[in-house]
Design a protein. Structure first.
Length: 347
């Protein structure tokens, strides 16, 4: 409903929009199963629940527009999100994780004139120069730390795209191998040597032309997907959207809905005040909004006009000194990496 001026990042402004998408589940009491059905079976990691709601969200990191959160049964996978029926628009870039990997979906995005950027799933049939190829062997045989190829994906060659690959650092490899071991321990499986070797590379696919996006820029943009992880973290840790202090089932549903409305309003205030600042801090702005909630309450109660209440809250955000993330020399933020793209000498 509300969008801001495009954020001042030239790399993002190359596209009509830059969407990141993800979902999260909220476990509900079993009595709410008639409203939202959960995953009854569970897994070795967690017990099953009869009730749960899945929230899916699509954020345009260029203009700040939010599509969602869309609510559906907790047992639904992100790939079945109601957002899939929303068109991305010609010239837009869609960034997602492996949970959304589907050749049919990627083909639809390409046919609509939009772009995609996401990790490549191991095991997908890959064609290189008209021949069926094991991409991992190609990367290992070449030996270069950064490689790029034009390929077709799928047995029917339904998706034509670029594969961009970068050798992972030793620290990244150790962390990924540790995650593989932990997953195998919890699920009673064994990590194969191919899985070990695949973890030594960061491999992504995109249909963005080389003239519009280089290999280095693709990996910086891929980092943008973590912004939606930070948004979910904000909504859960600061907004407490998955917590309540009542055993009344109807009140739980009301509280979840009310918090989602409040968080949506909080995001709108961010768009009205400092979205154009690439280094804005969502956490700091949310703290300012909570401090000013009493002002909004007076606006709803009629003690002052709602327009005046919103204006006062926006002024408090604009004047706050700590609304932006300070620069870090050892670990640059995503916003600074985006701005640094194309600058000579930056590593």
């Amino acid at each position: 409903m509300i969008s801001a001026q495009a954020v001042a990042v030239p790399l993002l402004q190359r596209f009509a929009a830059v969407y990141i998408e993800d979902g999260r589940s909220i476990v509900l009491p079993d009595a709410l199963e008639p409203y939202w059905r959960g995953c009854r079976g569970g897994s070795k990691q967690s017990e099953g629940t009869k009730a749960g709601v899945k929230l899916t969200l699509r954020l345009d990191v260029l203009h700040g527009t939010i599509q969602g959160p869309m609510l559906q049964d907790g047992r639904q996978h992100e790939s079945k999100s109601l957002l899939q029926s929303y068109s991305l628009g010609k010239g837009a870039l869609w960034i997602a994780d492996l949970g959304y990997f589907a050749l049919v979906r990627l083909a639809q995005v390409s046919q609509a004139g939009a772009y995609f950027l996401m990790p490549l799933k191991d095991g997908v049939v890959t064609w290189l120069e008209g021949k069926r190829t094991d991409l991992l062997r190609v990367l290992q045989a070449c030996g270069a730390d950064e490689q790029e190829y034009e390929v077709d994906l799928g047995a029917a060659r339904q998706v034509t795209c670029r594969v961009v690959a970068r050798r992972a650092s030793e620290e990244q490899v150790k962390r990924r191998h540790k995650q593989q071991d932990e997953y195998a321990r919890k699920h009673g499986t064994i990590v194969s040597q191919r899985q070990r070797d695949w973890a030594c590379w960061t491999i992504a696919i995109t249909n963005v032309p080389v003239a519009l996006l280089t290999l280095a820029e693709a990996f910086v943009l891929l980092r943008c997907r973590w912004q939606i992880e930070l948004l979910w973290k904000l909504w859960k840790m600061q907004g407490l959207v998955d917590e309540w202090h009542t055993s009344n089932e109807e009140r739980i549903l009301c509280e979840v809905s009310a918090k989602l409305l409040g968080l949506l309003l909080q995001h709108w205030l961010l768009l009205l005040t400092c979205w154009e600042d690439p280094h804005r801090s969502w956490i700091n702005v949310s703290e300012i909004v909570r401090d000013q909630t009493v002002v909004l309450a007076h606006g709803f109660a009629g003690r002052l006009s709602l327009t005046q209440a919103v204006r006062l809250m926006c002024e408090a955000i604009v004047q706050a000194a700590g609304r932006s993330i300070a620069g870090r020399s050892d670990r640059p933020s995503t916003s600074r990496l985006l701005l640094a793209c194309g600058q000579t000498g930056f590593t």
